[in-house]
Design a protein. Structure first.
Lengths: 350, 304
């Protein structure tokens, strides 16, 4: 009866339990929720569900740059806007469908992010934050003032709903499934990205960029990649938003939206992807649930953010507990190897 | 020789720059000199303006009383802001946490959160629409100076900004309080070791800076004749740009850069529509951060 024999069933057990949570979440997102929505059959509930999912993606993409790489980003909504405008303008000017606009809006947002990141990535902490604020406001001003191209404050009407290679998915349930599928795939991609060697390199920049630099991590390049990737996913979210609502205007992408997304990441716990998802759900669904409060919903965003910084500096689901969760989910990289580790002392990052 | 149009545009730019400078002085004192990341200064400015407006509509006092009331509210707001959003994050006074990035960023987020709460609360109480200031309090009687037309407010703002600048420079360089402020900003722990009450110094700085912010708010309210909850955002950004351009710790630098900014903006409206003129400030900010990381007039500090 040595440790090796003990380890095997325990490992199998954790792995079986590890698959349970994602399976439950997938079941909830793709079966239970649609059934519930179809049961109520109110357009409003579909809108809320889609909105919550889109903000889950925005929050997850910001998690990559602010939570994992530790770059305080105050202009995220602008890249969301770039994605939305790309989708809307491609649809209204060239008549392209969702299948084409979805990847293109991600790419255009990423391209814009890359271009603005070129000069600003050398900045640190607060200066980086303010530079992103300035960039976000500049992009917002472009959306607002370049009337010939973006129609300015009048906004753009997006005539086409969701479709996949010509198959229309524009019904309520179809739209929900499209949004849910895109968001789920993106969040999984972000999760794999942030819990990999690559994510660890980003974390090392967050913890101590000079040290990371000295260890041979190319900090500027990694920061740019994280910034660009997060803008890519924000652009995807923008495209979903444009096709979902059918109408976008610059007001959807102003500074307060950036702050809302930041608040989601902060409330959930900086550096934790499940936290970012929960934060997004909380800050979208709670104000909807408390509709009676009416005007107080914005004040609540500020209050929730302030209280969570003050009382829960690690957020609802801090990175440490989030890591434990992810270790269970994505067992492979952290699995105990060999009899020496049979006591369940993980080898940590391999 | 000069087209009077450009001269007028220059005058408009100077008065615009003066309004930015007014805001930038208090902002630079807290953010640049004390080196505390504070994003709620714009809301202090708004609070000052609303305090003045409420006083005017309640009792219609003389203008001096209005400004004194705004100053009192500003002092109170600065005090509470420091207690609510900054003090709780100075729980640990060891060297590592005083210098840690996490602490600076948590005060950034907490001041941002407080500013959201204040702005939204003002919106609930007063509505998000612009509220106009009664006509007899406005300070925009036109005055003709040579070929250009200014308003009385320009002179008042110039006087107030100059007084603030000189007063602050005197306070910072000639008094013990100023010495304590500079010591705390340079090295909080060292200041503590030599017997400076750091808490009280920080509070003092917040109160003085916020009083200046509130005075700026009410003067701007009287100058433009409109007060609204989101009025602090744009001047806050402009003041920040002026501060960064001026090199963070230099108040005269911030004032000069605020003037440069104002003139550039008013000149820019000659060529492009006024919607684009905000672009100038953001462009300046990015350019300064990239090409003059120490600011145009500042001392050296780690930034890139």
């Amino acid at each position: 009866m040595n440790a090796f024999e003990n380890a095997a069933p325990a490992d199998g057990l954790t792995r079986r339990r590890g698959l349970l949570v994602p399976a439950l979440i997938l079941l909830l997102v793709f079966a239970a929720l649609p059934a519930l929505l179809a049961g109520f059959d109110k357009g409003y509930f579909y809108q809320i569900a889609n909105l919550a999912l889109i903000f889950v993606l925005l929050s997850a993409s910001m998690h990559l740059v602010t939570g994992v790489a530790g770059l305080l980003h105050l202009g995220h909504a602008a890249f969301y806007g770039v994605g939305a405008y790309t989708a809307a303008l491609l649809t209204s000017k060239l008549g392209l469908g969702f299948t084409v606009t979805l990847p293109l809006s991600g790419l255009v947002a990423a391209l814009v992010a890359f271009l603005v990141a070129l000069p600003t990535m050398r900045l640190v902490s607060i200066y980086f934050a303010v530079a992103t604020l300035a960039i976000g406001q500049m992009l917002y001003l472009v959306m607002l003032n370049w009337v010939d191209f973006t129609k300015g404050p009048n906004g753009v009407i997006v005539s086409k709903g969701f479709e996949l290679f010509g198959f229309s998915l524009s019904g309520r349930l179809g739209a929900y499934y499209t949004v849910a599928a895109v968001v789920t795939l993106s969040v999984i991609a972000i999760g794999r990205l942030s819990h990999s060697y690559y994510g660890n390199a980003l974390r090392s920049i967050r913890e101590d960029d000079q040290c990371a630099d000295a260890m041979g991590v190319s900090t500027v390049r990694l920061k740019m990649e994280a910034f660009t990737l997060s803008a890519f996913f924000a652009g995807i979210a923008g495209s979903l938003w444009a096709h979902m609502t059918g109408y976008i205007s610059p007001g959807d992408f102003k500074f307060s939206e950036s702050i809302l997304i930041l608040a989601m990441v902060v409330v959930g716990g900086l550096g934790s992807l499940p936290g970012a998802v929960i934060g997004a759900l909380l800050l979208i669904l709670l104000p909807e649930g408390l509709r009676a409060l009416g005007d107080f919903r914005n004040i609540m965003v500020g209050l929730v953010m302030f209280l969570s910084i003050l009382l829960l500096p690690k957020g609802l689901l801090g990175e440490v507990s989030a890591l434990r969760l992810v270790r269970r989910q994505l067992g492979a990289a952290w699995r105990n190897t060999g009899p020496a580790n049979g006591k369940g002392e993980g080898i940590g990052w391999r | 020789m000069f087209d009077p149009y450009y001269l007028q545009q220059l005058a408009i730019g100077l008065s615009l720059g003066m309004t930015y400078a007014l805001m930038a002085i208090g902002f630079t004192l807290i953010f640049g000199v004390l080196n505390v990341v504070n994003f709620a200064h714009g809301e202090i400015y708004t609070l000052g303006a609303f305090a003045g407006l409420v006083l005017i509509s309640a009792t219609a006092p003389p203008i001096v009383a209005v400004i004194l009331g705004a100053l009192a509210i500003g002092a109170l707001a600065g005090f509470s802001l420091e207690r609510i959003a900054f003090k709780p994050f100075r729980r640990f006074t060891d060297e590592a946490s005083l210098k840690s990035r996490a602490m600076r960023e948590s005060t950034l987020l907490s001041s941002l959160a407080v500013s959201i709460v204040v702005r939204e609360a003002l919106e609930i109480v007063f509505g998000s629409q612009m509220r106009s200031v009664p006509f007899e309090y406005l300070i925009n009687t036109p005055v003709r100076v040579g070929p250009v037309i200014l308003v009385t407010g320009d002179f008042i703002i110039f006087g107030v900004a100059a007084a603030m600048l000189i007063g602050l420079q005197y306070l910072l360089t000639r008094t013990r309080v100023g010495l304590a402020i500079r010591a705390v900003s340079n090295n909080p722990l060292g200041a503590k070791y030599v017997g400076i009450d750091t808490d009280r110094t920080i509070i003092t700085t917040f109160v003085v800076g916020s009083m200046m912010g509130a005075a700026a708010g009410i003067l701007m309210g009287l100058y433009y004749g409109a007060v609204f909850p989101a009025m602090g955002f744009t001047p806050g950004i402009k003041a920040f740009v002026a501060m960064v351009m001026g090199g963070l710790s230099s108040i005269p630098g911030a004032v000069i850069c605020a003037l440069i900014l104002g003139i550039s903006e008013s000149m820019a409206t000659t060529f492009v529509s006024s919607g684009w003129s905000d672009m100038v400030a953001y462009g300046f900010l990015i350019l300064t951060l990239i090409f003059f990381p120490n600011g145009l007039f500042g001392a050296r500090r780690e930034r890139v």
